[in-house]
Design a protein around this ligand. Structure first.
Ligand code: SF4
Length: 245
């Protein structure tokens, strides 16, 4: 460009009209664009694997589902379990009780809610004329025991979610009772505390859902037993109106 032209453009406020640096930036960005394309491909491939797993689980019958859970290594909880704890009860039950995960005794026996918390749950069921195994199914958010009885991590619950979803589809319960904060928050995708979630009718996949305290918590907090009793009465009344429809 001639000097005169440069001066004219400068006077008109039109310089600089081209930056070498811009080209450099583009050149530099080319490899990172390629890298980000590769990352997107990897993410899409991972999503496809996850979707494929979920699709397979969503087609399983009870036998296939039980066998798949028994051999599952989809999250780190498989490393410390003795055995998986699938669930127990009538496979066409009207009532579905869901806790957070197996404890030490459940890990040993393979049955959910045994030990002191299990006895209390059985008493809670009896108080509204229910019995384990008779129109009642009991399971957990995760099927393997979290070490040291900690709560399941979100990624562990997420890996186990397709199994619970399939159980719910196969059982077709009329009412779900979420036992404790972890079960309630996972099922309702909520961060609310249990005090704000109990006492109202929620919905999970169009199935009515009620929240109450986990029996293990009630063993430590006797003052909340009265509230749990209120929740059970609410659940019983809800079931009666569902059965009357
Ligand atoms: S907790 Fe669920 S997802 Fe994790 S290993 Fe056990 S069965 Fe598999």
């Amino acid at each position: 460009m001639s000097r005169r032209r440069k001066e004219t453009l400068h006077e008109l406020g039109l310089t600089p009209i081209w930056h070498r640096r811009a080209d450099s930036a583009l050149e530099k960005s080319a490899p990172s664009t390629l890298a980000s394309d590769q990352s997107v491909s990897k993410v899409n491939a991972a999503k496809a694997v996850i979707n494929d797993r979920e699709a397979q689980i969503s087609r399983m019958d009870w036998a296939q589902l039980k066998a798949t859970v028994a051999g599952c290594i989809a999250c780190r909880l498989c490393e410390s379990r003795t055995q998986t704890v699938f669930g127990v009860g009538g496979e066409q039950a009207n009532w579905l009780f869901i806790g957070e995960g197996p404890g030490a005794r459940e890990d040993k026996t393979g049955e959910p809610f045994v030990g002191q918390a299990g006895k209390l749950l059985d008493n809670m069921l009896r108080s509204i004329q229910l019995r384990r195994g008779e129109g009642v199914y009991i399971t957990n958010i995760v099927k393997c025991r979290p070490p040291n009885n900690r709560a399941p991590e979100p990624d562990e619950a997420e890996q186990c979610r397709p199994y619970l979803e399939r159980q719910i589809v196969l059982i077709k319960p009329k009412l779900i009772v979420a036992l404790g904060k972890v079960a309630a928050q996972n099922l309702l995708h909520s961060n609310e505390n249990i005090g704000n979630l109990r006492g109202m009718l929620h919905s999970y996949a169009d199935i009515p859902l009620i929240v109450t305290y986990h029996p293990a918590y009630l063993l430590r907090s006797l003052s909340d037993k009265a509230k749990a009793w209120e929740d059970l009465c609410f659940a019983k009344a809800t079931m009666q109106s569902l059965l009357a429809q």
